[in-house]
Design a protein around this ligand. Structure first.
Ligand code: NAD
Length: 345
């Protein structure tokens, strides 16, 4: 396996790995180990080139520093990407080679699931590294983090409701939910059980059919989800979907969802505020997955620990939105400031 360090100012260690035998092309980016060893999932995506993969790895890695700090976890920020199509290129050999790559970081980075990567994939990688979490078997195994992520997003959404609508009642609200994958489908389950109406979109027709059947959801074509009449927009697919084009189309009063890096840029957060749309910062509300995974990394034995941490995410969301209103500032900036204070101290 050929390992090439990549230049990335502000990051502690970024390496590109290429393994001819398995076909692995992967980047591990460690943004910060200030609060502890870095932890963050692995994303498999058909990136068009190395530069695009690097940009994604860097963004996601820094996002993990902020997410872990916002959840008060003693973990730093890191993330990995594999340049491959999860539908056609996956093989045990590829994931095992990735495991060897993770191991080369000597514990500085622990990996887990993210988009395109399943528990089974991580278990293949774990055959070659002791720094993989989100496993189904073994001491402290925490399994699929997605249901915990969904619960954290749901509780945070309830906390954000009163900032957008004056009261925290979800019953009767219409949620435009983008992406019915691992997290999105569990989130839809919570929303439906609590009496919300669902308007969904996914590029996967099977997922849409399932949501229509299980939750009496209505559905729209993927690009139309930004235009629908709804109370809440819940991005649960890919990042950077809140941009100048999409924000002006939204008719909602609250954005709260699981996707990482929802804001295309800083201006997107300000644009939401200018339109009077409350934004529940992504890395605060979606911390449930890393909380679940960290029980394995930190060897947590207290059964109530995850529940308490998830409730804290909702409390943090509430605090950030309260402060943002008091300061007349964008919630994403208030969240960044909160984390930067944690990191500085
Ligand atoms: P996933 O791959 O299981 O689901 C993503 C879903 O989005 C898929 O069903 C896919 O078909 C759909 N999708 C892709 N492009 C779309 C589009 N343009 N319009 C509508 N749907 C589209 O991923 P996941 O694990 O559910 O994660 C979803 C998001 O939440 C990601 O951004 C991920 O980084 C973030 N996240 C996940 C976790 C976790 O525990 N899995 C934790 C924190 C954050």
């Amino acid at each position: 396996m050929k390992l090439t360090p990549l230049d990335a100012p502000g990051y502690e260690k970024v390496v590109y790995a290429e393994d001819a035998e398995s076909g692995l092309k992967s980047i591990i980016a460690v943004h910060s180990t200030k609060l502890g060893p870095a932890a963050g999932g692995c994303r498999m995506f058909n990136y068009p080139d190395l530069e695009t993969a690097k940009i994604d790895a860097l963004r996601l890695s820094k996002g993990m520093t902020y997410k872990n700090a916002a959840a008060s976890l003693p973990l730093g920020g890191g993330k990995s990407v594999i340049m491959a199509d999860p539908n056609t290129d996956k093989s045990p050999e590829l994931m095992q080679a990735f495991g060897r790559f993770v191991e080369s970081f000597g514990g500085m980075y622990t990996t887990a699931e993210d988009v395109g990567i399943s528990v089974e994939d991580i278990e293949e990688a774990a055959k070659f590294t002791s720094h993989a979490a989100g496993l189904n078997k073994g001491a402290f195994a925490s399994g699929d983090p997605s249901p915990v992520t969904a619960r954290g997003v749901f509780l945070s959404c309830l906390a954000a409701l009163k900032h957008a609508f004056g009261r925290d009642q979800i019953e009767g609200k219409t949620v435009a939910l983008q992406g019915l994958g691992h997290v999105g489908m569990y989130f839809a389950e919570h929303l439906h059980a609590a009496g919300a109406q669902l308007l969904v979109s996914d590029i996967d027709a099977h997922a849409v059919a399932e949501a229509r059947q299980r939750f009496s959801a209505r559905s729209v074509a993927p690009d139309d989800i930004y235009d629908v009449e709804a109370d809440i927009f819940a991005p649960c697919a890919m990042g950077a979907i809140l941009n100048a084009d999409t924000i002006k189309r939204l008719k909602v009063k609250l954005v709260c969802g699981a996707a990482n890096n929802q804001l295309a840029d800083d201006a997107a957060g300000d644009a939401l505020m200018e339109r009077g749309i409350v934004y529940a910062p992504d890395y605060v509300v979606n911390g449930g997955g890393i909380i679940s995974v960290s029980t394995e990394i930190l060897k947590i034995t207290d059964e109530k620990w995850v529940d308490r941490k998830i409730e804290q995410l909702a409390e943090t969301t509430d605090k950030i939105l309260t402060k943002a209103k008091a300061l007349n500032a964008s919630p994403h900036k208030v969240a960044d400031q909160f984390v930067e204070e944690v990191l500085a101290n």
